[in-house]
Write a protein that binds this ligand. Structure first.
Ligand code: SF4
Length: 219
């Protein structure tokens, strides 16, 4: 799937951000929200000088809420962003490099303990902002995997868990050189989002989809 999507769409150059901290902000803001709306919030934050750790630390909560209003759920996302910066300051001297230096399992757990951080947000931050080779799963991947018969839901269980879904990617790339996992996970997640947006939304539009050949061969 990775190879077929890469042939069709080319490298996606993710994550669309200039700095690791912008990636982190984007990962929070994109929860339950289209990226276009996130871009409006990021533009507001940029104009207010709040796209840096220092800027976000200084900005009052009420103003932060207002600036990120375009991407929705601002009453929850604003304090969650403040909690991230507080954790960074109190435990890592305000340094993203020190945070990133933690071993992956401990770091993932620390992120998951923060308010407003679920597994998808934690993994996006780990992979795209902090340089840890972890796969990211999302609803696009779930749809593709379900429609291609790659998920074996146990009887009586409607959905497999996030971690099982992410593990599907981990196992798919297990035969590749370890030093390439980072870039493979990076590209594959971006490519599944691309195919999800173009073809595999709530309704599947399989005609001309780069993965249509795989769909036929799986039945
Ligand atoms: S649109 Fe069809 S072929 Fe494309 S990924 Fe979805 S199910 Fe597969």
């Amino acid at each position: 799937m990775h190879d077929a999507l890469l042939r069709a769409y080319g490298p996606q150059h993710w994550w669309p951000a200039k700095t690791p901290f912008e990636v982190i902000l984007g990962a929070y803001l994109t929860q339950n929200t289209a990226w276009k709306a996130v871009e409006r919030s990021l533009a507001n934050l940029r104009a207010a000088g709040a796209l840096t750790v220092e800027g976000l630390r200084k900005i009052p909560l009420a103003k932060l809420r207002r600036l990120i209003q375009p991407s929705g759920f601002y009453a929850r996302k604003a304090p969650a962003l403040k909690a991230f910066v507080r954790m960074l300051d109190e435990e890592f001297g305000g340094s993203l490099e020190k945070l990133a230096a933690m071993p992956t399992p401990e770091l993932r757990k620390r992120l998951l303990d923060l308010p407003g951080v679920g597994p998808e947000t934690a993994d996006a931050i780990l992979l795209y902002a902090l340089g840890h080779a972890v796969p990211v799963a999302d609803e696009y991947l779930r749809r593709v995997a379900e429609r291609h018969g790659l998920l074996e839901n146990a009887p009586g269980r409607a959905r497999i868990s996030y971690d099982e879904l992410a593990d599907l990617t981990r196992r798919a790339f297990a035969g590749d050189a370890k030093e390439n996992h980072d870039s493979l996970y990076n590209e594959f997640h971006a490519l599944t989002v691309a195919v999800g947006k173009a073809h595999c939304g709530r309704t599947a539009h399989c005609e001309n989809c780069p993965l249509a050949g795989d769909l036929k061969s799986s039945f």
